[in-house]
Ligand binder design. Sequence first.
Ligand SMILES: NC(=O)c1ccc[n+]([C@@H]2O[C@H](COP(=O)([O-])OP(=O)(O)OC[C@H]3O[C@@H](n4cnc5c(N)ncnc54)[C@H](OP(=O)(O)O)[C@@H]3O)[C@@H](O)[C@H]2O)c1
Length: 338
Amino acid sequence: MTNGRISAVRLGDAGPEVGVQGLGCMGMSFAYGPTDADDARATLERALELGVTLYDTADAYGVGENERFLAPFFNAHRDEVVIATKFALAIPPDDPTRRIIRNDPPYIRQAVEASLKRLDVDVIDLYYMHRRDVNVPIEETVGVMAELVREGKVKYLGLSEVTGTELRTAQAVHPIAAVQSEWSLFSRDIEAGVVPAARELGVALVPYSPLGRGFLTGSFANAEKDLTAGDFRRQQPRFTGENAAANAGLLESVRTVAEAHGISLGQVALAWVQQQAQAHDLPVVPIPGTRKVSRIEENTAATRVVLGEQDMTLLEPIAAQVAGDRYADMTFTSAGRE
Ligand SMILES: NC(=O)c1ccc[n+]([C@@H]2O[C@H](COP(=O)([O-])OP(=O)(O)OC[C@H]3O[C@@H](n4cnc5c(N)ncnc54)[C@H](OP(=O)(O)O)[C@@H]3O)[C@@H](O)[C@H]2O)c1
């Protein structure tokens, strides 16, 4: 598979043009075990050469560490990159190990200033509400986000882990460019509510964890056995115990498709997500995360893979058979709100 530049797409009616695949930068500082800063920096540069322009971070990734790590890269290429960051996961004053969700206007104002400072930029291109605090009306939250646009601190707005109803309410306050939610061969709950609402409203979908946090590539089969201490996935229900064994068995059909096309399992997973753009008639810009040059080359090449009807049929039943929830604590997700 060749390493040409990827194509571009508009990120929803209200958004900028971006490469059709973005880069998830979370793992460069957080959640997925030890990182090598030089490898991560080389990955960022290679991604840009390959036409990746949407770079995804959040203030919560390593308590600001990820934003600080990315700042020199963003500043070296300010006009070529679309910087996406997020607010909402706050540290409660009484316990620095815990996270709470905050969507109230004073918190957002404080969070945006902190992100601008860490990123060392005048404006954030795409600012997401990372999680929804159900105690704050979404109109109020998006209202203050809209003020940030008018004040020139933010260019475009996004929402993560919202329901279709919440997206509709938000869009009535200010145009939303993108919804970021988990979407992959293993996680398809958003197809019931958010995806139809996004299509109707002209909002793009930015699937996070499109590789099922790496599990869909076949690079690990059991997080407790295969991943290092401190890796977030060692606590997640899909990747441990009996669930992990059952879920590893589901990769058989992914392997069959991969062999038929002469590509990797990860490329099948990414091509499947990308093909949801046609299946649901809306812009889709997945943000697979990697810290390795060889993998950014492999992942971007997947944007040119076209799966046939037979492949899609073989892959169709997987999500319904996955054992275990997406997170150990599902209260931090949009599940059950619609
Ligand atoms: N909005 C939200 O709530 C939310 C939640 C989670 C994530 N995110 C965002 O979404 C991005 C992507 O999600 P994610 O990182 O959780 O999951 P992912 O993209 O599904 O998978 C990332 C994992 O797969 C590995 N990987 C990547 N390419 C590979 C390849 N070609 N072959 C084998 N392994 C490969 C990576 O390892 P290496 O890094 O070592 O290559 C990493 O461990 C994050 O970086 C973050 O920006 C958002």
